[in-house]
Structures are given as structure tokens and as C-alpha cells.
Design a binder for this molecule. Sequence first.
Ligand code: NAD
Length: 282
Amino acid sequence: MQIQRVGVVGAGTMGNGIAHVFARSGYAVTLFDVEQRFLDRALDVIAKNLARETAKAKITAEQEAAALERIMPVLDRSRLGDCDFIIEAATEKFEIKAEIFRDLDRIARADIVLASNTSSISITKLGALTQRPAQVIGMHFFNPVPVMKLVEVIRGLATSQSTYNMVRDLAIALDKTPVEVNDAPGFVSNRVLMPLLNEAMYAVMEGVATAPSVDEVFQLGMAHPMGPLTLADFIGLDVCLDIMRVLHAGLGDPKYRPCPLLIKMVDAGWLGKKSGRGFYQY
Ligand SMILES: NC(=O)c1ccc[n+]([C@@H]2O[C@H](COP(=O)([O-])OP(=O)(O)OC[C@H]3O[C@@H](n4cnc5c(N)ncnc54)[C@H](O)[C@@H]3O)[C@@H](O)[C@H]2O)c1
């Protein structure tokens, strides 16, 4: 099937980045969120990010204008009905995604693929909520979406080969690099990354070193572009905690126990960069 119009559900950090890359690659985009202010904010961010790409000569002014024009913001979910592919990038809560997948299954044509950008929720479980589990898949972009090359393509237990092939080819058409992963808590990226961040938090909590010292060890000793605690602040400490809880519950191993300092910081509303305070002050 020729994909012309792509639906993006959720216009937050990831949804606006995903809408940006699809529009930049020539796809028409229907961007859905639950409130007008989220759509306005997303279009504003996309416009600024496209303008930055024009200023860096990555795209032309004509391409910038054409990309913006391809994005249609909507508040009515039924308007996703004419999309040839839909990707969900809403809040990382199972109940929210479950409701969206049941509804998309009703709204979308029977032949189209439904993808989720989830960081940790089971693709198999989301697929089982629909009448089309063979056409449900994970398409996991990384932040910032217009810049990061990787797309983890996650097969649920029931995901078909043709669904996988379609999403792999779609990632390539967006100038991204797809990597095939099977469905398991945290997939590969967060299963390996989050315990590293969590362990760095334990090191701070136990007084092994300060946050800047832990970060310096990773930047200077392992050539990481930023240390694990800066990265945790950027991701959002609430997001880190949610993912650790998914790993802990899903894999059952105590090594995934969320660091008590992380829990305490989230309880205090210290969520990292977005709240102005985390392991660092912003
Ligand atoms: N932030 C990251 O670095 C990152 C990286 C990879 C994957 N993800 C995943 O992407 C998804 C979105 O994360 P984000 O960081 O963009 O979150 P975000 O909080 O920035 O945006 C979420 C958006 O979803 C919207 N939303 C909530 N309920 C909705 C509903 N019922 N229908 C439609 N929209 C709804 C919210 O209004 C909000 O605009 C999550 O599944 C997350 O795990 C995030």
C-alpha cells in the first residue's frame, strides 16, 4: 500500500518530532491531541525546528514551508479515519494507550498498521486489544526525533512479517536507521540504559560521588556526550521512574529496583530539566 497520509496521536515532545520528520519527508500528517493548546504548542515547536534546519542549510525555505503546510492539526479523533498509517505517541500510561488503541482499531481502515512510540509498554498487549494484532508494532523514535538516527522496530508476538517490513521501509524513507527488536520490557534501549542511570543515582545516594563527578567519569572515561545524571534530568525523572517500574514488574529481577533517591525526587516534584530542578538546577 502506498502511504500518503500518516496519523500522529499525541503532539508532545515525541509527537511533534514525529510529525516533523514525516512532513519533512513528504507525507501528509494528521496530528491529533486532546486540547488545542497542545496542538498550538506543537506547531510552534515544529515551525521553530524547521526554521533552524533551514538556517543550517539542511533544507530549503521552500521545503520548510511545504513541510509545515502538510501538517493538519485535529481535535476530533475520527479525522484519523483516512490515514494510511497511524503512530501513537501519547502519554506513557497503559490505560491511556489501551483506550487509544481500542478506538483507533474502530476508526482506522482494517488494512492499516497501528504503531506505538512507547518506551516500555508491551506491544503484544496493545496488539491484543485490537482486532488486528498482526498489524500492531512498536516504532520507537529517539529524542530529538529530527536529529536522532535510530528507530527501534519492535515486533509483538503476533506482529506479521509484512507489518515489520512496512515499518522498516518507512523508517528508511524517513532517513532513519531501523533496528529490529523483539517485544520485552524496555526493549533494548531502555532495558540497558535505564539501569545505568538508576545505578548512577544509587552512587549519588550512597555518597560514592557527587552528580557532577559521576557525570564526569562517563564523559571523560567512556566518551559519553553527557553523563547519566544529566541525561536522566533531560529525559525527565518521572519518565525514568515509570520505566524502571515497568522493568522491575515485567522482568521480576530485584536488580531493576528503582533507586529510592529517584522516588523521593519525583515525590518532591523534582522532575529534571522540565521542572527546573533535578540532579542539577535549570
Ligand atoms: N521523551 C522521550 O525522550 C521519549 C523517547 C522515546 C519514546 N518516548 C515515548 O513517547 C511517548 C510520548 O512521550 P512524550 O515525551 O512525547 O510525552 P509528552 O508528555 O511530551 O506528550 C504526550 C502528549 O500526549 C497527549 N495525550 C495524552 N492523552 C492523550 C490521548 N488520549 N489522546 C491523544 N493524545 C493524548 C498529551 O496531551 C501530550 O501532548 C511515550 O510513550 C514515551 O514513552 C518518549
